[in-house]
Ligand binder design. Structure first.
Ligand code: PEP
Ligand code: MN
Length: 337
């Protein structure tokens, strides 16, 4: 804990802070500068709220030194983590492309989607069976029937599956059909769900909440890791800002930020990040250039008739063209697609 005293802080104010730090079992290192006095406390940082010191007379600033997450921190595994899902490795040299429709809608739709994305080079197929829709009147997903179809389509083309789990009661069902369980943006801070996923020994793709900081994303990952499940993949999918030309604001800077702070792989979802198929390609290319370990892209055989997120879903031929571009971009940053 670092406490910076005000310019005009009196000796008795400094002493009061030192006494409080000692009372809280910190060892105090004092540094008296020309203008400010700095107090460095070494001790049980996690148990003490910096605000307790911030409100004391004569205190200008108070900050923790260590990050609030431990297992998600880069220090825990400096070499990085590679998450294995079937034959696919996320976090290795290869940029993993996960593609498919927003929702599983029918057997024909998902079989066609699987064939199209596999042919273009994706190794993971996405498709929601339980959909978190803003309106209760919108298509909510096919449920278990959708998961059965997703599995059939994936197996027919040797693909790994990712699908969203909306609450903890769905975990047994999802883990039977999906290789990777997706936690959607709206559930990033559903701590009961995260704790339950911590008990699982299956990869979890954790999406950033619409108004979550990177630190909050990493703290949510910590919930899963602290349960003993180390197979967590993070996902930047855009955050809500004042900008209205895109559905969300794709925060590409989160990619290098996460890489520095954490050992966990991070993938980018330019579909939800922009909400418009005409911007998806640019952000996908930029995400790979920025160091993303993978992409999550919505692709639909007939997006104009999609039951959810059609406007942001690529047409199969657009996806194929994007994959060709990614094969040129990835080697420039030491990766392959
Ligand atoms: C999705 O992947 O279809 C989805 C609902 O994503 P998000 O949780 O990021 O909105
Ligand atoms: Mn979607």
């Amino acid at each position: 804990m670092i406490v910076v005293m005000d310019e005009g802080a009196t000796e008795s104010q400094v002493q009061a802070v030192i006494d409080r730090l000692v009372e809280r079992e910190f060892t105090v290192h004092r540094s008296t500068g020309v203008v400010h006095t700095l107090l460095g406390g070494v001790g049980p940082e996690d148990e003490v709220d910096p605000a307790e010191f911030l409100v004391m007379d004569g205190v200008k600033e108070c900050r923790r030194i260590a990050s609030p997450y431990k297992l998600a921190s880069r220090h825990f595994r400096p070499g990085g983590t590679v998450v294995k899902a079937g034959a696919v490795e996320i976090g290795g040299e290869r940029v993993v492309v996960m593609a498919g429709p927003c929702s599983v809608e029918s057997r024909d739709q998902i079989l066609r989607a699987a064939e199209q994305v596999a042919r273009a080079g994706a190794t993971v197929i996405r498709g929601g069976a339980f959909k978190p829709r803003s309106s209760p009147y919108s298509f909510q997903g096919l449920g278990e029937a959708g998961l059965v179809l997703l599995r059939e389509a994936a197996d027919a083309h040797g693909l790994v599956t990712v699908s969203e789990v909306m609450d903890s009661t769905q975990i047994p069902l999802l883990s039977r059909y999906a290789d990777i369980l997706q936690v959607g943006a709206r559930n990033m801070q559903n701590f009961n769900l995260l704790r339950e996923l911590g008990k699982l020994r299956q990869p979890v793709l954790l999406k950033r909440g619409i108004a979550a900081t990177v630190e909050e994303l990493l703290l949510s990952a910590e919930y899963i890791l602290s349960g003993g499940n180390y197979d967590v993949i993070l996902c930047e999918r855009g955050i809500r800002t004042f900008e209205s030309s895109t559905r969300n604001t794709m925060d590409l800077s989160a990619i290098p930020v996460v890489k520095k702070l954490s050992h966990l792989p991070i993938v980018a979802d330019p579909s939800h990040g922009t909400g418009r198929r005409d911007h998806v390609g640019a952000m996908a290319r930029a995400a790979v250039a920025a160091g993303a370990d993978g992409l999550l892209i919505e692709v639909h055989p007939d997006p104009d008739r999609a039951l959810s997120d059609g406007a942001q879903s690529l047409r199969p031929e657009q996806f194929e063209e994007l994959m060709q571009q990614l094969r040129i971009i990835a080697p420039a940053v030491g990766r392959s697609v």
